[in-house]
Write a protein that binds this ligand. Structure first.
Ligand code: NAP
Ligand code: GLV
Length: 309
């Protein structure tokens, strides 16, 4: 039985290569190979056309290409018996730590200002806040968020983490649940969102939340675009409640040309590159799940449809 790779608009050569190299015995196909739909039991998917999975009567498991599964969980037409799994990869978590550190340091050391001075041929020095003087809050201390929080804490930041449930001990201060959200926010001079997108977290970064941050706070959104209420972010920036934002993810991607984010000087944009899944690094876990499913066993890293992540 083959594996089907479904990710419209994405070049998949590195993925087919990595999977075939990991297990040459397993046929790996793309939609253009026109494999009969009844033969497909395992699909690797990203941004699939809504409702398309009902076409595969023998489908047993869908794996996300990445850590996020909002694209799968939100498709209510996926039959209940189909298992949903995601990627958990130390390299993905570590890439996120490195990116988060880069964005925070860019902000603390005012590198954008010096970039603009180069165009103006201007020599002017500014003071800066040090790592040990900076409170960083991570919203969503799951697999990736915990790695980021732990790494930043070891570097010397004063780190707080916020999650749905309490979880175990950590090198940083932990908060959980709606009742501890305000206390958490009050410690975040820099707020990093690494939440999954669920019914509960959609629009969580609204005016009220931004107003609860210390004055002059900086927002870094690496979760999903729909975590932010865009109009509220503009209002908070206009009123000077927060000093700026770095956005890596957007409600609609690619971010369209006329979007006001592009023109706002307080907003920095990267094109969803904080942490990219490396096909070679994750092909073994995808193949392992494929084999587990083919043996009628439970795959690893399953997603809870009721929790939404
Ligand atoms: P994960 O392991 O599932 O962790 C999710 C975390 O969010 C958990 O700590 C969970 O709390 C918390 N959470 C969920 N719902 C919550 C709520 N209502 N209130 C408070 N906390 C809540 O996910 P992950 O692997 O760390 O990935 C997180 C997200 O990062 C992905 O879903 C994806 O959107 C994003 N991501 C972005 C990029 C990029 O390049 N920008 C790359 C990879 C991933 P509990 O611990 O209590 O369950
Ligand atoms: C990327 O956004 C991922 O979810 O892996």
């Amino acid at each position: 039985m083959p594996i089907l790779l479904l990710s419209p608009g994405r070049k998949l050569d590195r993925w087919t290569e990595a999977l075939r190299k990991t297990d040459p015995a397993v046929p790996v196909f793309l939609p253009e190979d026109k494999v009969p739909e009844r033969d497909i039991s395992f699909i690797l998917a990203w941004d699939h056309p809504r409702g398309c999975f009902v076409r595969y009567p023998g489908l047993r498991c869908i794996s996300s290409f990445g850590a996020g599964v909002d694209h799968l969980v939100s498709d209510r037409e996926i039959p209940e018996n189909v298992r949903l799994v995601r990627i958990i990869d130390p390299a993905l978590s570590n890439d996120m730590l490195e990116f988060t550190l880069a964005v925070i340091m860019k902000h603390l050391r005012k590198l954008n200002i010096y970039n603009s001075y180069k165009t103006e041929v201007k020599w002017k020095k500014h003071g800066y806040r040090r790592i040990r003087e900076t409170g960083v809050g991570i919203m969503g201390t799951g697999v990736i968020g915990h790695h980021v929080a732990d790494g930043l804490s070891r570097i010397g930041f004063d780190v707080s983490g916020w999650s749905r449930t309490m979880g175990g001990k950590a090198s940083y201060r932990k908060f959980h649940g709606v009742e501890q959200l305000n206390e958490f926010l009050s410690r975040c001079e820099i707020l990093v969102c690494l939440l999954p997108l669920t019914d509960e977290t959609r629009g969580i970064i609204d005016y009220h939340l931004l107003k609860s941050l210390p004055g002059d706070a900086y927002l870094v959104n690496l979760g999903r675009g729909a975590h932010i209420v865009e109009a509220d972010l503009f209002r908070a920036l206009d009123k000077g409640l927060i000093s700026g934002a770095h956005l890596d993810v957007f409600e609609s991607e690619p971010l369209f040309e006329a979007h006001p984010f592009w023109k706002n000087s307080k907003i920095d944009i990267t094109p969803h590159v904080a942490s990219l899944t490396d096909p070679l690094s994750v092909a073994p876990q995808i193949m392992e799940n494929y084999h587990l499913v083919m043996q009628g066993r439970e795959p690893k890293n399953q997603v809870s449809r009721s929790r939404g992540y």
